[in-house]
Write a protein that binds this ligand. Structure first.
Ligand SMILES: Nc1ncnc2c1ncn2[C@@H]1O[C@H](COP(=O)(O)OP(=O)(O)O)[C@@H](O)[C@H]1O
Ligand SMILES: [Mg+2]
Length: 385
């Protein structure tokens, strides 16, 4: 049960009580939306799991609304690597979003000729009808639709449309044979942006996202600004704990706050989890270091079970063995060193690493270098040993 007045909110994409330390990203985005009135802008937002990408996108939604830009947010997954399905998702977003400004109606009517009353029924077909209406390669069709939609966006008094696409590292060209969803997206958007149409791409995901884009189209380098978000500074971490507490009836001692900042290393998910857990489990108005130290083994156990184990257990036995080796070498692990430590065949190690990437435990930081997608996973692995 929730202890009354517990302000902290550990979770996935759940807005924290106070969004700490992202002031510069917020200001950057506001300015960028202003610039986008005159010059195309796109953003890649990257960082590991639980660092606060999704909640920052939610903050961006507020900014879009304030500045009169339409926006859509979508979470991507593996399945959308097929061009047709990707295009379908993209068009669904655009149509759904612009429906409110009766765009779908305008697009539908001349195409299908149904009276207004039928509109809801034929909703699902709009996309296929749209795609049929425009001929040629998928990218040409997408561009044609984007141009059409744009008129309606402007007519309705909006500055443009922002696509806030989350978990976008899942998208990769060539992942499914003969499917190039990233090329499709980049090509079409760069074309319409060159014509001055105000579409704005915000792509968010794990760090391999930007390299994936550049691999698809080298000009992606010039299309996107890249913001990597990381752990919060000590000062911001302190605020992330202190400010929400001020509005509750619970007090943490300064010592305790400093300790939490230290222990979590400013990792946003933990900055919610630690205080939340303490408040739930210590029925006192004032909590100090003594209570924390008593509670710590249980807190870590809960953290291991709820946060780390689930992912770790997805790995096979041989993969887990490699993870333990990696923990000793972290935070950035060199393939060659790992191979030496683990004493296994190069190809086999490669296979294991690919599988660990697919299971979302590690990512390739650079050529021949790997990192954990979860912070402090090394510590967890060492605890486990
Ligand atoms: N700037 C921040 N200040 C305080 N808490 C944050 C901040 N950013 C994220 N959080 C918290 O961290 C957790 C993970 O955030 P989320 O956006 O889901 O991360 P990601 O999308 O990068 O995996 C959530 O519980 C959220 O409330
Ligand atoms: Mg997220």
């Amino acid at each position: 049960m929730n202890r009354q007045g517990n302000p902290f909110r550990p979770g996935n994409g759940i807005m924290p009580p106070y969004l700490a330390g992202r002031e510069s990203e917020v200001i950057w985005f506001e300015n960028s939306l202003n610039s986008a009135l005159f010059l195309p802008q796109n953003l890649v937002l990257s960082g590991i799991r639980g660092i606060g990408k999704t909640v920052l996108l939610r903050k961006f939604e507020e900014i879009c609304a304030k500045k009169k830009w339409l926006f859509v947010r979508r979470e991507f997954n593996n399945k959308l690597n097929r061009e047709e399905e990707f295009l379908n998702a993209l068009l669904t977003d655009i149509i759904a979003k612009t429906k409110g400004i009766s765009l779908a109606k305008r697009l539908k009517k001349p195409v299908i000729g149904f009276s207004q009353g039928y509109e809801e029924d034929i909703e699902g077909d709009v996309i296929s009808i749209l795609i049929q209406k425009y001929k040629g390669p998928l990218s040409d069709r997408l561009e044609a639709i984007l141009r059409k939609v744009y008129e309606a966006i402007l007519e309705a008094g909006h500055n443009g449309l922002v696509l806030l696409y989350d978990e976008f590292h899942f998208l990769e060209d060539g992942k499914k044979a003969d499917n190039f969803p990233l090329s499709l997206l980049l090509e079409s958007f760069s074309h319409v942006q060159q014509e001055g149409l105000r579409y704005y791409l915000v792509l968010s995901g794990l760090p391999p996202l930007f390299p994936n884009l550049v691999k698809a189209k080298t000009y992606a380098e010039r299309m996107f600004s890249v913001k990597s978000i990381g752990n919060l500074s000590k000062e911001s971490s302190g605020k992330a704990i202190r400010l929400p507490l001020e509005k509750s009836n619970i007090i943490f001692t300064d010592e305790l706050i400093d300790t939490i900042v230290e222990e979590t290393q400013g990792y946003p998910y933990f900055l919610q989890f630690y205080p939340y857990y303490l408040i739930q489990n210590i029925p006192k108005k004032k909590v100090g270091l003594k209570e924390f130290n008593e509670m710590c083994p249980l807190l870590l156990k809960e953290l291991d079970e709820s946060f780390f184990s689930g992912r770790f257990n997805r790995a096979s036995e041989s993969e887990q063995r490699i993870l333990f080796e990696m923990a000793k070498l972290g935070p950035e692990i060199k393939f060659s060193e790992l191979r030496e430590k683990a004493k296994i065949d190069k190809n086999y190690l490669n296979q294991i690493l690919i599988s660990l990437i697919e299971k979302g435990l590690i990512f390739r930081a650079r050529r021949g270098k790997y990192k954990f997608t979860l912070p402090l996973l090394e510590k967890f692995l060492i605890r486990k040993r």
